[in-house]
Design a protein around this ligand. Structure first.
Ligand code: S5P
Length: 469
């Protein structure tokens, strides 16, 4: 089977559809691809594998890995055709026994060909490759059936990875148009969609297409670019007020922290506007949802409900009380057509008086987070004074961040149990970023307040970093 025949065969079984489809990200797309039905057909699955083998024939690799679930049967066929061993990936991390994320007979240093059905942002590929690397395996080449992105190839190339796609969406559309399978109107709609400028499109609610795997780096880069280690906790409930304050304070911030469940009005309009503001103002969005339930419930809270947090937040906060599996519930669906996974900031210690977090609990939180660096860029932690914060900071696994809430320039606390540190104690004690709410948004001139918190926190950080070197 040739590439064009494959495209027609995929069209025959309804794997390619045209019309108007709402993607997971909230984006309305004029086409939809779903290869799950294709891999259940042995001949078609075999044909896809043969074409991928032909496409990657010049590459040297020792094993094949399919990203669950759709690509696993394709990878199995590739393994059978080439005689190279097949390695499998667990979709959920195993919590018992000796196995990690990779299942199979392998040894460190083996070079893997990573196989997937589609590529959209490149995100799930980066995660897979990180998981393989964590097991001592190498992976530089990714083979997919269809590249449905406009820039995954360059995004992956930026990470030293080479993408080998059987077809792009543009080629697929051209083939179907030539074969008289779709109308010119459909083809043009797809063309416009592929080349759209997502940021200027009012209807688009989506996260940046840049892969989120190096989230920690993104946070650090944003802080550096904006010379800000200030996170605004904008706990106001009125949307108009929210955006008026956010827009005024944005230049002073590296991140905005939200509680979507306190917002009044249409949450879709809120998240859409928030995402746009974040892009325009170079900010990350931290949704302070404090997930704490079992993995399966958390998965629904994260992806569904009125807020659909997974679609617009860059980071979410998570309590570890229910155990590590909660983090699996917060993973992106690797079969998703769009959208990337949020990073998780783990609650290590709280600022509220009388909270039940013990030293042992905190230690375990750092232990779990330290094992999950690709998903956990850092922690939320507070302590009663600078010295106690230093002790806490020493426990943070190297390279991960400590964000400190409960910071106020003039107040000691509130009458509902909040306890405050001043900016200097927080940052000199170890905060990589401070989280400030009422200290800023309750001020008459919130923008000026944000600037003074930013400049105090940023210069305290420079002093601390000098001390540390
Ligand atoms: O321990 C904590 C953890 C968090 S995330 N203590 C906190 O205060 N927070 C959050 O930080 C809290 O939910 C609120 O949104 C913000 C502090 O607000 P402020 O107005 O007291 O600065």
């Amino acid at each position: 089977m040739q590439q064009e025949q494959l495209i027609l065969a995929l069209d025959d079984i309804g794997a390619v559809r045209f019309g108007s489809f709402r993607l997971k990200s909230g984006v309305q797309s004029p086409f939809y691809l779903d290869l799950r039905a294709a891999v259940t057909r042995p001949q078609l699955c075999r044909a896809m594998a043969e074409l991928l083998v032909a496409r990657t024939t010049a590459l040297t690799y020792d094993a094949v890995v399919g990203i669950p679930y759709t690509a696993v049967p394709i990878a199995t066929h590739i393994s059978a055709i080439t005689g190279k061993p097949l390695l499998q990936l667990r979709k959920e991390r195993k919590h018992y026994g000796t196995g990690g994320l990779v299942v199979g007979d392998y040894s460190a240093g083996m070079r893997c060909l990573v196989v997937d059905d589609l590529v959209t942002t490149g995100q799930s590929k980066l995660e897979t490759i990180e998981a393989l690397k964590a097991e001592g395996l190498q992976a530089e080449h990714i083979a997919v059936i269809i590249d449905r992105s406009s820039d995954a190839e360059s995004q992956l190339a930026a990470h030293g990875l080479q993408l080998h796609a059987l077809s792009s969406v543009a080629e697929l559309v051209k083939t179907l148009l030539r074969a008289g399978r779709i109308s010119r109107t459909d083809a043009e709609a797809v063309d416009r969609f592929i080349h759209r400028d997502g940021q200027s499109d009012d209807t688009v609610v989506r996260k940046p297409t840049a892969p989120a795997a190096p989230l920690l780096q993104r946070i650090r880069d944003t802080m550096q670019r904006k010379k800000s280690n200030l996170v605004l906790s904008l706990d106001v409930t009125d949307q108009q007020r929210f955006f008026a304050i956010l827009e005024a304070c944005a230049p002073a911030l590296c991140m905005v922290k939200t509680h979507a469940d306190i917002m009044q009005g249409d949450l879709e309009a809120f998240s859409s506007r928030l995402r746009r503001t974040a892009e325009q103002s170079d900010l990350l969005i931290l949704e302070d949802r404090k997930f704490a339930d079992i993995g399966s419930t958390v998965q629904k809270q994260y992806r569904g409900g009125p807020a659909r947090i997974a679609e617009w937040a860059d980071l979410v906060t998570v309590h570890m009380i229910a155990g590590e599996a909660i983090l699996d519930g917060l993973r992106a669906d690797s079969d998703s057509t769009a959208g990337t996974e949020c990073g998780a900031l783990l609650l290590a210690r709280m600022s509220s008086r009388g909270n039940l977090i013990s030293q042992e609990y905190t230690r375990r939180v750092f232990e779990i987070g330290g094992r999950r660096r690709y998903q956990v860029p850092g922690y939320i932690g507070h302590a009663e004074d600078r010295a106690a914060l230093r002790t806490l900071k020493r426990q943070v696994p190297p390279g991960q961040l400590l964000l400190v809430p409960g910071v106020h320039l003039s107040e000691q606390g509130d009458d509902l149990g909040q306890q405050y540190l001043d900016v200097n104690s927080a940052v000199r004690g170890g905060a990589d970023a401070i989280i400030v709410g009422r200290g800023i948004y309750q001020e008459q001139d919130a923008a000026a307040a944000a600037q003074s918190y930013r400049s105090a926190a940023w210069s305290a950080l420079q002093h601390r970093l000098e001390e540390e070197t």
